[in-house]
Design a protein around this ligand. Structure first.
Ligand SMILES: Cc1cc2nc3c(=O)[nH]c(=O)nc-3n(C[C@H](O)[C@H](O)[C@H](O)COP(=O)(O)OP(=O)(O)OC[C@H]3O[C@@H](n4cnc5c(N)ncnc54)[C@H](O)[C@@H]3O)c2cc1C
Length: 420
């Protein structure tokens, strides 16, 4: 079957939220698109994220303030940052680059580049979902970021001012005002920031399934295949997979935390690490909160979803092969129990999950064309923001594939920016 469209054949590697939005964007523009993934759509990081369009996260992960807090977060047994000792030797080169990225000039450039993507993110999602008649997947939810200690007041105020300078509305609320807005929280909250313009999705896995159903209904093909290598051939590209070969005019590598392996096969070293994140989903507690709630001190997020209440946290720099660390689930239970007015469902009935956030040392994704193989494009490395930035990334990489001028300056997201 011809995979939809009558234009050139495009192969998208990876059926996560980035790959599926890219596949739809290309299909919409008349390309004949196939998606390749050994797993069903949305079963990577896109399965279990916090479902929140975190457009307020415009600061890169590596800043002097973050590096200052990291040792405390690492040493606290329930702290948000984990560096498994077994993995540390492999992590050192990446960590060195991460620390180097905290220089003032790089942070300023990174903030600009993240703000550009985040600022365009919600409208791009609206266009994507309107195109397939799935607008109801995106909810204007608002977001609360809360502090338990009154000592965090100055930090909250400073953050609201900082974000205000970037056009992001963050309103400082007292503990009482927060509890009025969010009766699902208990009395431990001292104050917080309310983001009235924030959005969440109903369920991130259901969202990717919906994208893939629309893609297939329009003639797109999803092949269950793992791509081992891409080989430039003439003006096109051959994909070598565990289910045979596929020739395409263009390929888009959107394989999340695995993308650097395919880039390496094409001669590009990309320092992509994985920030392992954990979740609990409490299936019966989807009504426990009215909106997503984050804790500034505990560094975790709770989002009410159609599949239940999701409790999400941790940055564990542990690579792709270590098993999940079981005590992280106990920490998530402890954190959620400390804030929720009713902790029902935080028991064994909660779903436990771990996934891989794909992260580069400067916190920016790669959205680019291979410098020597013009048939190969990249869309990966979206760290904590892959859901937020998927639809705008899809439009940008779509422009690259079609040879059009992208709507944003893509210089900050170059695939070669770490080459020496
Ligand atoms: C706990 C947690 C909470 C998060 N919360 C949020 C949030 O609230 N908001 C937000 O914006 N982001 C959030 N994120 C980040 C977000 O989930 C990711 O950035 C995003 O899902 C990445 O999407 P992706 O499509 O690039 O990767 P993935 O969803 O991981 O998809 C990559 C796909 O590529 C496939 N693949 C890999 N190798 C190959 C190969 N060789 N051949 C074929 N296919 C291959 C994989 O099987 C996978 O299906 C969170 C992440 C985690 C882990």
């Amino acid at each position: 079957m011809t995979p939809g469209g009558t234009g050139p054949r495009v192969a998208v590697v990876g059926a996560g939220v980035v790959g599926m939005t890219a596949a739809l964007a290309l299909q919409r523009r008349g390309q004949a698109v196939s998606v390749l993934d050994p797993r069903a759509p949305g079963e990577g990081a896109s399965y279990g994220n916090a479902g929140f369009l975190a457009t307020e996260l415009i600061d890169p992960l590596s800043t002097p303030a973050m590096l200052g807090q990291a040792p405390r977060l690492w040493l606290d047994p329930h702290g948000a940052v984990a560096l498994p000792l077994r993995y540390l030797p492999r992590l050192v080169p990446w960590l060195a680059r991460f620390v180097a990225a905290a220089g003032a000039a790089q942070v300023a450039k990174g903030r600009q580049a993240l703000a550009a993507l985040n600022g365009a993110a919600v409208d791009a999602w609206r266009r994507c979902l309107a195109d397939i008649g799935a607008e109801e997947e995106l909810l204007p939810s608002g977001y609360l970021l809360v502090w338990e200690s009154p000592k965090g007041m100055a930090q909250a105020r400073a953050q609201a001012e900082h974000l205000g300078r970037w056009g992001i509305d963050a309103q400082l609320l007292s503990g009482d005002a927060i509890r009025q807005r969010e009766p699902g929280l208990n009395g431990s909250v001292s104050h917080g920031l309310y983001f009235p313009g924030a959005y969440q999705v109903r369920d991130p896995h259901a969202l990717v399934r919906r994208l893939s159903e629309a893609f297939v209904a329009r003639g797109g093909v999803i092949r269950q295949a793992e791509v081992g290598r891409l080989e430039p051939r003439g003006a096109g590209v051959r994909l070598h997979t565990d289910a045979g070969e596929l020739d395409a005019d263009r390929a888009v590598v959107a394989a999340g935390a695995w993308s650097h392996q395919l880039a390496r096969g094409l001669g590009l070293e990309v320092p992509l690490e994985t920030e392992r994140g954990y979740h609990l989903t409490l299936p019966e507690r989807g009504q426990a909160l009215r909106q997503p709630v984050g804790s500034a001190e505990r560094r975790f997020v709770m989002t009410p979803m159609s599949c239940g209440l999701r409790v999400v946290g941790f940055t564990e720099l542990g690579g792709l092969s270590l098993a999940p660390v079981q005590r992280r689930y106990a920490s998530l239970r402890r954190h959620a129990g400390a804030l929720l007015a009713n902790d029902r469902g935080l028991d064994h009935s909660a779903e436990e999950w771990m996934g891989f956030r794909p992260t580069l040392p400067d916190s920016l994704p790669v959205i680019d064309t291979h410098p020597a193989c013009p048939a190969v494009h990249f869309a990966f490395g979206h760290q904590h923001l892959g859901l937020t930035q998927a639809a705008i990334t899809a439009e940008l990489v779509g422009a690259l594939v079609l040879g059009e001028a992208p709507a944003l300056d893509l210089a900050p997201y170059r695939v070669t920016r770490f080459q020496r």
